[in-house]
Design a protein around this ligand. Structure first.
Ligand code: F6R
Length: 340
């Protein structure tokens, strides 16, 4: 999995657009998603279409899913969503969505048949707070093709925000591309932002590959990129990197680096480490480095490290500030912000 951590939703949309860009050309087949996640990406696609006269007339799209029982004209049908946010602006050759009305068994077969006549070049995915992709809820078979599914209470609760103004209930069922259908895409781009995605993201990236977390199957895809923001990534293992003297000199040449000078035998260092690990997940534009003072004593001496843990903030190799001893997370955060 190629993991790209960004600051926030806007940055995630920009990075996603850059990944999408090479696919916005003739003969590409795009797999599209709905919901809040891809809105920023679609806005950038619309802006780019207008500004750069990009031509979609030889591009085909397939959507992941649709609610069962909603008329396509209903404001919250995914058909309406796609028209409102993308299709009314750009000139796709063909755009397909599964239909959630009529003979559903037949709709599933027909959609899968149509999918099989193409290969999706890039599939955009969001992730449900329960780990679903498409509307493949926990427990869905990894072998599933397009099918009808009952939405979990969690998903219906999450999506109730779209139906509140209408005083309507979220539909109970959806028709969705299956997990096997999604996995056939040549490339997958999943975007996850916001705190309510943190648990799902952790299960998907660090958990076992298990049908209890449908998104975990993506660990087996050989071309998948996950773009996530600081809030969604807050439960992931830290981004601290242990470096030796040479690596330290290389890493600190450019950019902002927080360096933790510490030792394995030092109690306060052990307590400081998880605080810095946590911060390394929350602050994406600072490199978090750890230097073992026993193994790199000349470097430690050069920086005047007398007591440990001793933390330095460096910008392009120059010291911006330092502190000694165990500090609470908020203090370290303020230290970074005030010395940037
Ligand atoms: C939408 C879809 C769903 C959403 C997921 C996240 O077509 O297939 O998997 O991507 O429910 O929804 P948002 O983006 O609204 O948080």
């Amino acid at each position: 999995m190629n993991l790209i951590k960004v600051k926030d939703y806007n940055e995630a949309s920009k990075v996603a657009f850059d990944i999408m860009l090479p696919h916005l050309k003739a003969n590409q087949v795009l797999g599209l998603a709905t919901g809040s996640t891809p809105l920023g990406l679609y806005q950038l696609m619309v802006e780019d279409f207008k500004e750069n006269n990009r031509d979609y007339s030889e591009i085909i799209s397939f959507n992941l899913d649709e609610y069962v029982g909603l008329d396509p004209k209903h404001r919250e049908s995914y058909y309406s969503f796609m028209n409102r946010n993308l299709f009314q602006y750009v000139n796709f050759k063909e755009s397909h969505l599964p239909s959630g009305i009529g003979d559903l068994d037949n709709n599933c077969l027909e959609y899968e048949k149509l999918l099989n006549q193409h290969t999706i070049d890039i599939q955009i995915l969001g992730i449900g707070s329960d780990g679903h992709i498409g509307f493949n809820e926990p427990g869905t078979s990894f072998d599933s093709l397009t099918h009808v599914i009952e939405l979990t209470q969690q998903t219906r609760g999450d999506n109730s925000r779209f139906f509140k103004d209408l005083n309507e209930e979220v539909p109970t069922h959806a028709i969705t591309m299956g997990i096997a259908s999604i996995m056939k895409a040549k490339e997958i781009l999943l975007i996850a932002t916001g705190e309510n995605k943190a648990e799902a993201l952790k299960m998907m990236i660090e958990g076992e590959i298990n049908e209890a977390c449908p998104a975990s199957i993506l660990q087996k895809h050989d071309n998948v990129t996950i773009v996530y923001d600081e809030k969604a990534g807050k439960l992931l293992g830290g981004n601290m990197k242990e470096v030796n003297t040479n690596e330290f000199l290389e890493e600190t040449k450019e950019g902002l680096c927080l360096v933790d000078f510490s030792a394995t035998w030092c109690g306060p260092c052990k307590m400081m480490a998880p605080i810095l690990e946590e911060l390394s997940n929350e602050i994406s534009d600072v490199k978090f480095l750890k230097v073992d003072v026993d193994e790199n004593n000349e470097l430690a001496a050069k920086y005047g490290v007398m007591s440990i843990p001793c933390v330095y903030l460096l910008k392009d190799g120059e010291v911006k500030g330092s502190f000694v001893g165990l500090q609470p997370k908020e203090t370290v955060k303020n230290f970074i912000e005030s010395h940037r």
